[in-house]
Design a binder for this molecule. Sequence first.
Ligand code: PGA
Length: 253
Amino acid sequence: MTLTNTTPRPLIAGNWKMNGLSAALDEARAVAAELDRQPAAARVAIFPPATLLHRLAEAVEGSFVLTGGQDCHDKRSGAHTGDISAEMIADAGGTLVIVGHSERRTDHGETCQHVAAKTEAAIAAGLEPIICVGESLAQREAGEAVAFVVGQLRNSLPVSLAGKTFNVAYEPLWAIGTGHVASVDNIVEMHAAIRAELIALFGEDGRAVQILYGGSVKPENAREILAAPEVGGALVGGASLKAKDFLAIIEAA
Ligand code: PGA
């Protein structure tokens, strides 16, 4: 990809989910070392489990690798056993946070209203959020995918995002961890609908928001996906766990 001053650098985000013990820090170190040797066109971020965030942030400090949390609470602090605030993520060295991932929406019953509140908390803590949206297979088969995702997006974005830096990730549920990647046509159609909604909500600022695709992104399909119109990066799960695969995706951007 040829970058001009007006083309934002794509964001390649690695979501480790509930994977990774101490030894996994070596994968992050390997990514950082390779990017030091050969700087990438993309911005690169790793989202480890919360237990590794601080150590990972220290391990990649001074490198091109950014890091962040996989979720945050909507309150700054308090009696919320097991939760982590946006401020804690920033304190641990994170600069970004994923909110509204479908696994959070499904496993923890997070509604769009929760996601919007978490996004507000992320912005208040100075983090750059990645807000996730995506339809189920049943919704796609019923022809409701675009309407559902656009509605989910509208309800997950707080008005306070106006003028702030944030990203949206389109992740169809049926493509996550399944090996069934969405077709480029599906991706292009959905990203165009997301862009139109972002412009409707935020005016010209809506054009600057980067829209990531997520769902079975692999070294083999990354180049085609990342070259598609309105694809501003990728949110990568399984293929981000090994430095070699993740670097191949970064290199494709
Ligand atoms: P996957 O996960 O790349 O393993 O499909 C993507 C995600 O859920 O962010």
